[in-house]
Design a protein around this ligand. Structure first.
Ligand SMILES: Nc1ncnc2c1ncn2[C@@H]1O[C@H](COP(=O)(O)OP(=O)(O)OP(=O)(O)O)[C@@H](O)[C@H]1O
Length: 225
């Protein structure tokens, strides 16, 4: 994924400015203060937001002109799974994206069963999705993305609403993924073992390093506020 001269503004408000990055590492973290531009950055990566300046490219595809192809390559997991869960039952919800892509019913059933089993939701296939616990809902939202087999997944604060047990579960799941992942988080221990961490501050990337030095830079920055 590549950002070239990317800027994002809403009216007079500059939310991101002068972002030039190539993200080729398997695990990339994004940290920074509230309102620094992290979610906007995450949303640029799969075309949920199109930059007001510059270009975002995924495998050479421009999010401005090839957003459908980009979305097939880049899955997105929202902070609040309720934003993502739209169908009455667990299995229907996971099947939804596949149905949209025209995957035949038989293959859909196999892929849905497989992903639910892998994420401990097999026993819940026919349960109402809204009755799941917060942790199960987040797993369901992730299963709904994984079933589509995107090559990359962007997570926007995936553990914020979760208790410690479920947060750990999601963290383990993220670490075990074979896809490229970009994770926005305030939970700094989620970044252990990541390849690269970006610190965003006031719309700019102010540190770009391994997790240790990046977290240190972020702490130093916040200590001065
Ligand atoms: N659609 C929009 N219209 C106007 N302003 C927006 C829009 N989206 C984001 N912003 C503004 O951009 C700034 C950065 O928001 P963003 O959600 O990217 O920050 P963040 O770093 O993810 O914050 P947090 O850690 O609190 O989630 C905020 O001041 C926000 O109000």
């Amino acid at each position: 994924m590549e950002l070239r001269g990317v800027g994002q503004r809403y009216g007079d408000r500059v939310v991101l400015d002068g972002i030039d990055l190539t993200l080729s590492e398997q695990r990339v973290g994004v940290i920074g203060a509230n309102g620094s531009g992290k979610s906007t950055f995450a949303r640029l990566l799969n075309g949920l937001v199109v930059p007001s300046e510059g270009q975002v490219l995924v495998d050479g595809l421009d999010t401005r002109t090839q957003v459908r192809a980009v979305r097939r390559r880049v899955g997105f997991v929202f902070q609040d799974p309720d934003a993502q869960i739209v169908h009455p039952t667990v299995a229907e919800d996971v099947a939804y994206g596949l149905e949209n892509q025209g995957v035949p019913a038989e293959e859909r059933a196999v892929r849905v069963a497989e992903v639910l089993a892998r994420h401990g939701l097999a026993g819940h296939a026919d349960h109402p999705a809204h009755l799941l616990s917060g942790g199960q809902k987040q797993l369901l939202a992730i299963a709904g993305v994984l079933v589509m087999r995107p090559a990359r997944i962007v997570f926007d604060e995936p553990t914020t609403l979760l208790d410690l047990v479920n947060a750990r579960r999601i963290a383990d799941l993220v670490v075990g993924l074979e896809q490229q992942v970009v994770v926005v988080t305030h939970q700094l221990d989620l970044l252990d073992g990541f390849d690269r961490v970006l610190v965003i501050d006031r719309g700019r990337v102010v540190e770009d390093a391994a997790p240790g030095p990046a977290v240190q830079a972020y702490r130093a920055l916040m200590a001065d506020r």
